[in-house]
Every structure is written in structure tokens, then in C-alpha cells.
Design a protein around this ligand. Structure first.
Ligand SMILES: Cc1ncc(COP(=O)(O)O)c(C=O)c1O
Length: 362
């Protein structure tokens, strides 16, 4: 079976050496030395001033929403993973969907202005598939209306915008280090901000608000992560350049092999560099996508319909008409992409896709 993704595992001895240290110290969680080391190394690698390692990408979003004190309506994308929307609802905000750009598959900045009301407090946009949003255009609308900006940067490890990590943008960026991600800590995530006050607030919030053993600085939650997870993060970080360059080569191979397939690929802004975390393709119709999906499934190849259905159809959000997202969600497929995927497997996947298209057009 070829899955859509598979976690990268470092050599077992490398992980074991760090776990041996944890055993010797018997310090498993609560801001341990490996968590500290991971935060320092991540900041250095990504060129960031501030970053907090947290339990997962969902708690990262929730901390960001809470730390900014968001209330009322938040403009957001309907084309993302469910956590983007559910974290807003969980924190008592109302998601107001703004349709996506059919080329980049990110929130369409030209539609933001019309969705702003006196109740709007922020924009929560996803850099979908690691492809950065039009950050400049979003900032212009946010500044004009005094809105905060959170980026769901769950897919963005290694992505750059204007030469800087995509994590450096927005009031806060929230990311996921889940095992399915290009860079992972098994479960994990981070919040990133340039604002030292926001950083301090989120650091308290991550640890129940503790200011001392019996004193608290505001309300908090358990957003911490453990030494075992940090150990995995440190090991994977040692291989990240290899992971990123292999993904790039695999995507270029798909590009070359699929030249004659009638599909659209998301466009990337000229000032951005993607991390090749995913390989989404948009078929001409739902029928063409379904035919390809079934042909691959018959050979035990499991692409995923990322992201389907549109988040605007979730039962617990206000109804919204999102024609572009609805259309894209019916035609999109992410092809298998992970470190261990071989050239032969890529050739088999692409052969099946091309053969299926050939029959469809005959
Ligand atoms: C866009 C997006 N946002 C948020 C999340 C949630 O991250 P986590 O699974 O680490 O909670 C994910 C992935 O799982 C995601 O793809």
C-alpha cells in the first residue's frame, strides 16, 4: 500500500541516545532541557526571534486566539483542515468564511474588505499546502480596519515569503509538528510572534498561567509539550535539509512525469518559496478526479481529498456560499508524498493517472 504520507523516522539509535539522557535526568516534561534546546535550535534554523513549543497545532491556534483576545467575527478560509475553523468556534468566535483564490487556493484578499463588519476582530488565514498567502494584501486590509492577523502555518515548515520564514508573519503564526507533517515531533506545534509581550502572555497561558508555585498571571491551559516529543524534534531537525531537498526533487519528478496530465497546480507568488510539503492537483471535473482516485485505490495507492468537504459545510458554523471552494474541493487530490517514496512508486502512480486519462479521452 502507498499512503498519502508517512512520517520520517530518524535512526533509532539517535533517538535512543536522547531518551537515555531523559532517563538519567528523570525530567519528562515542564520546560525541560530538551524542550529548551529544541526551541533554540528551531529559532536559529528558521531565523525567528520568538517561538514556543506547544502540545499540538490545534492548541497553538487556540493560544493565539486567546492571547489576542479575539471576540466576535473572524474572517477565515473555508479551504483548510477542520482545526482552523473548530479552534475559532471552540474559543467562542464566529468564523466568517471568505472564499479562496482559484489559483493559489488561499483566502482571496480581494474579498476580505467586503466581509468586514463592526464585529470583525481578526483574520485567520491558512497558508494552504505550504503555499504562502498574499501576506502584504492581507496586512493592508487588516491595518485599514484595525484587525489582528493569525496565520495557520501548519503546512509551512521551510516555506519562505520575501526571503523569511513564513512563520515570521502575522501577529501570531501557529504551526503543527504532527507526525504527518514534513517536520514533526510526533505530536506538537508552535506559536511564533515578533511581539515580546504576546510571547510572554502565551508562555504563561501554555503553563496554566503559573507565575510561581501558587501564583497565576491570568487564565491558562496545559499547552506544554514533553521531553520525549522534543527529543524526536531534535532528531528530525538534524535531517531537515535532506527532507526538504528530497521533497523538492520528488515534486519536480511528479511535475516532469505529469506534464501531459490535464490538471492544474496551485500558483505560487513570485516572492515566495514553497516547501513542497504536499502535491495537490486539480482535475478538470469531479468525475475526472473520482476516476483517478478509484484507479489509484484499485492499486492500493491512497491519495487524499485534501481538503474536502469545504469547511463552510460544517454543521456548527453559519451557512455561507463559497462557490470557488466548493468547486475546488470537488476536484482536488493530494498525491502520495513522503521521504521514503521511491522513484519507482512515483512512476507507477503517474502511469496509472496518465492511463486513466487516456481511456477517459478515447
Ligand atoms: C491547516 C491545519 N491546521 C491545523 C492543524 C492541526 O494541527 P494538529 O494536528 O497538530 O493539532 C492541521 C493538521 O493537522 C492542519 O493541517
Amino acid at each position: 500500500m502507498i499512503p498519502v504520507t508517512e512520517p520520517f523516522l530518524p535512526p533509532r539509535e539517535q533517538y535512543q541516545a536522547l531518551i537515555d539522557q531523559v532517563w538519567e535526568r528523570n525530567w519528562l516534561t515542564n520546560n525541560g532541557p530538551l524542550v529548551n534546546q529544541l526551541e533554540l535550535r528551531l529559532k536559529r534554523y528558521l531565523g525567528l526571534n520568538h517561538l514556543l513549543f506547544v502540545g499540538n497545532g490545534t492548541i497553538a491556534l487556540q493560544l493565539a486566539i486567546k492571547a489576542l483576545g479575539l471576540k466576535g467575527e473572524v474572517l477565515t478560509t473555508p479551504f483548510s483542515y477542520v482545526a482552523t475553523t473548530s479552534s475559532l468556534v471552540w474559543e467562542g468566535c464566529t468564523p466568517v468564511f471568505v472564499d479562496i483564490d482559484p489559483e493559489t487556493l488561499n483566502i482571496d484578499p480581494n474579498r476580505l474588505e467586503d466581509a468586514v463588519t463592526p464585529q470583525t476582530s481578526a483574520i485567520l488565514a491558512t497558508h494552504c499546502f505550504g503555499n504562502p498567502c498574499d501576506i502584504e494584501a492581507i496586512r493592508t486590509v487588516a491595518d485599514a480596519h484595525g484587525l489582528k492577523v493569525i496565520y495557520d502555518a501548519a503546512h509551512c515548515f521551510g516555506t519562505t515569503y520575501d526571503g523569511e520564514s513564513a512563520f515570521a508573519y502575522g501577529d501570531i503564526s501557529a504551526t503543527s509538528f504532527h507526525a504527518t507533517k514534513l517536520y514533526h515531533t510526533v505530536e506538537g506545534g508552535a506559536v511564533i510572534t515578533q511581539d515580546p509581550d504576546l510571547l510572554k502572555r502565551m508562555a504563561y497561558m501554555r503553563n496554566f498561567g503559573h507565575d510561581g508555585p501558587g501564583t497565576f498571571n491570568g487564565v491558562g491551559i496545559n499547552g506544554k509539550n514533553s521531553e520525549m516529543h522534543a527529543a524526536m524534534g531534535l532528531c528530525v531537525l538534524d535531517h531537515i535539509d535532506d527532507i526538504l531537498s528530497r521533497r523538492k526533487a520528488q515534486c519536480e519528478r511528479y511535475d516532469a512525469l505529469l506534464q501531459n496530465l490535464h490538471v492544474q497546480r496551485p500558483s505560487v507568488l513570485p516572492n515566495a518559496e514553497v516547501n513542497h510539503a504536499y502535491y495537490p492537483i486539480l482535475f478538470e471535473s469531479n468525475e475526472a478526479m473520482q476516476t483517478a482516485f478509484e484507479a489509484l485505490e484499485r492499486k492500493e495507492i491512497r491519495p487524499r481529498r485534501y481538503f474536502w468537504p469545504s469547511l463552510s459545510t460544517l454543521g456548527y458554523v453559519p451557512e455561507a456560499d463559497m462557490p470557488v471552494t466548493m468547486d475546488v474541493a470537488e476536484r482536488v487530490l493530494c498525491l502520495p508524498l513522503y521521504h521514503a517514496l521511491t522513484e519507482e512508486e512515483q512512476e507507477m502512480i503517474t502511469r496509472i493517472l496518465l492511463r486513466t486519462q487516456k481511456y477517459a479521452y478515447e
